[in-house]
Design a protein around this ligand. Structure first.
Ligand SMILES: [Zn+2]
Length: 188
């Protein structure tokens, strides 16, 4: 369950424009989407369904290439604290790169999800700010690794409020400004 502190923080991040309401047209998903997400059984259906809904304005049928494991995007950060085997991030990260470069899915849109509350993050005592910091670090890393393979890399954040579930877009520039203002540095 989302803690009161996390609810307050999510409200603050929404007010600061870090977490934005989704505008479907901003991510070109005409060829489909590589979806990187936590495997969470209670939230995955909403995440997947939302992605399908986003695509429905751009395609007649959904095309979602799903890469799913505990923690989703944050498991791909270097030495991510959600992985028991510290180098496992390379395996997960490699799956994303392969989806674009090797498997030839021909899908230049990558949706990187993290979420709250996340069992994997809780198990390893990773707070919400660190989750987002790790997620943004992964976005940068994927972008830099794929510089020769044009791809749109969009970070999304899913929240289960208990009575409803919502998906937000994570704005990198607003996040950096917010993190800077709060003296937050995620090193990984
Ligand atoms: Zn999770």
């Amino acid at each position: 369950m989302l803690s009161n502190e996390d609810r307050r923080l999510i409200r603050e991040l929404r007010q600061a424009g870090v977490l934005k309401d989704i505008e479907n047209h901003l991510l070109d998903q005409r060829s489909g989407t590589v979806l990187v997400t936590c495997a969470d059984a209670d939230r995955f259906p909403d995440i997947f369904h939302h992605q399908e809904k986003m695509q429905s304005e751009q395609r007649t049928s959904s095309r979602i290439h799903t890469l799913s494991w505990h923690g989703g995007a944050i498991a791909c950060a270097p030495c991510s604290p959600v992985n028991k085997v510290k180098s496992a991030d390379r395996v997960f990260f490699g799956q994303i790169i392969d989806a674009r470069c090797e498997v030839k899915t021909d899908i230049p849109a990558i949706a990187l999800y993290a979420h709250a509350p996340c069992g994997a993050a809780a198990l390893h005592h990773i707070d919400l700010v660190t989750v987002i910091g790790l997620q943004m670090r992964v976005k940068q890393k994927v972008k830099s690794r794929l510089r020769d393979y044009p791809a749109a890399i969009a970070p999304f954040f899913h929240v289960d409020y208990g009575t409803s579930q919502r998906t937000y877009f994570l704005c990198r520039t607003k996040w950096e400004a917010w993190a800077d203002d709060h003296g937050i540095k995620i090193v990984c």
